[in-house]
Design a protein around this ligand. Structure first.
Ligand code: PMP
Length: 431
């Protein structure tokens, strides 16, 4: 497959954009380097690159694109709204409608505030937990990623882990000291941390089902235990559902498992592919936010009509009967076929799947935490990634990311993907 234009554009990009990319996860550094693919157009389950090659997309833009690209309901909402003005700096009726939809699906969000990204949502929820408790420390789980605000770039998964830099430069020691990191899926170490720092801890922050060192579901009882231990210490629980909300069913992981946090951060899917974030929680806590309370948080772009209109259209489409059954069936078929082929070709893989999202780890040991994900073979993944790319299947360029199915992936797309996996495994076995 020729990608001459991507290579030329990468050279140009390097000259004007740091690293040639506007977000590190878009680079191919973790899969051997070189030019990332420059996409020109996307429709449904497909990407077309600048050289005219077509790919089946399993990146889903790192999560938001659950309806497939350029879904007509979303496109129509954006076009219609844009013609009425893109930003007012005043409240609008659409924001009420949208936030009602979010609250109906995730009832623990009694009051909400819209922001522009997942990073902002988590950052604001942390500030709020600190304002509410009058405490400074945060406990988080190793390998979870919560955006790029200072506090959460300690032991961060996703892009930072992919690039081997889970602890970012530029974070003051004084801030890093306020973050305690414990392993995911273990309550004993959380309990020890709370025994030691519980009276200084504002919140325990968690991805209730991890998406950032691959898909890692919570062990039975883990989420209940997090609530019990945090609340016993007088700390709040913040769920980062930026990846998980509306991914596995119409609501959050919290509504799926029946365990509610005090505060929730949202993003990605809820904006239908436009920039958005939201945080919400118990009324009594949320009422500390300005202009009602003393905690300041604001945004020129927040609740902008385009993101809100795209979000409403996306949620309305997702709410149709059968959406999540279909994603689950497609995920089961594809992940099942990959597992079967891996065993046939003697390639050790573990596949962690929830609904239409899964991660293929090149390891023979089950992955239940960050150490398990780190142990997966990055070189084998890189080889697999490039072989799939050559077959016209676009995967996230990191062993730590998930494949995301969309409702646009057809049975035939999945068949073609399975054929590509077989070719890749056959080649890997031969080498
Ligand atoms: N939280 C989680 C769980 C995420 O996966 C991400 C993004 N991958 C973020 C927060 C940050 O969101 P954004 O990139 O929109 O700032």
């Amino acid at each position: 497959m020729r990608r001459e234009r991507s290579e030329a554009l990468y050279e140009q990009a390097l000259d004007v954009i740091v690293g040639g990319v506007n977000s590190p996860s878009r680079s191919f550094r973790a899969v051997g380097g070189g030019a990332p693919v420059f996409m020109k157009r996307a429709q449904g389950a497909y990407f077309w690159d600048e050289d005219g090659n077509r790919y089946i997309d399993y990146l889903g833009a790192f999560g938001p694109i659950i309806l497939g690209h350029a879904h007509p309901a979303v496109t129509e909402a954006i076009v219609k709204t844009a013609a009425e003005g893109t930003l007012y700096g005043t409240p609008t009726e659409k924001e009420i409608r949208f936030c009602r939809m979010l609250r109906e699906a995730i009832p623990s969000c009694e009051l909400l505030r819209l922001v522009n990204s997942g990073t902002e949502a988590v950052m604001s929820a942390i500030r709020l937990a600190r304002a509410y408790t009058g405490r400074d420390k945060i406990i988080k789980f190793a390998g979870c990623y919560h955006g790029h605000s200072d506090l959460v770039l300690v032991a961060a998964g996703s892009g930072p882990s992919t690039l081997g830099m889970p602890d970012s430069a530029g974070i003051p020691q004084s801030i890093a000291r306020e973050v305690i990191t414990v392993p995911f899926n273990r309550l004993d170490t959380l309990e020890q941390a709370l025994d030691r720092w519980g009276d200084q801890t504002a919140a325990v922050l968690v991805e209730p089902l991890v998406g950032n060192f691959g898909i890692v579901p919570p062990a039975p009882g883990f989420l209940e235990g997090v609530n019990r231990l945090a609340h016993a210490a007088g700390a709040l629980v913040i769920y980062d559902e930026v990846i998980t909300a509306f991914r596995f069913h119409y609501g959050g992981v919290q509504t799926l498992y029946g365990v509610e946090p005090d505060l929730t951060a949202l993003g990605k899917i809820i904006g239908g592919g436009l920039p958005i974030g939201a945080y919400g929680g118990r009324r009594e806590i949320m009422e500390l936010v300005a202009p009602v309370g003393p905690m300041y948080q604001a945004g020129t772009m927040a609740g902008n009509p385009l993101s809100v209109a795209a979000g409403i259209a996306c949620l309305e489409t997702l709410a149709r009967p059968g959406t999540y059954e279909r994603l689950d069936q497609a995920g089961e078929r594809l992940a099942g076929a990959i597992a079967e082929l891996a065993s046939r070709y003697g390639i050790p893989v573990q596949i962690n799947r929830k609904g239409g999202a899964f991660t293929v780890y090149f390891t023979d040991r089950p992955v239940t935490d960050y150490d398990g994900a780190k142990a997966a073979d990055g070189e084998a993944f890189a080889r697999f990634f490039h072989l799939m790319l050559e077959s016209g299947v676009y995967l996230p360029a990191s062993k730590y990311e998930a494949w995301f199915l969309t409702i646009a992936h057809s049975d035939e797309d999945i068949d073609r993907t399975i054929e590509a996996v077989e070719r890749a495994f056959r080649e890997m076995k031969r080498e």
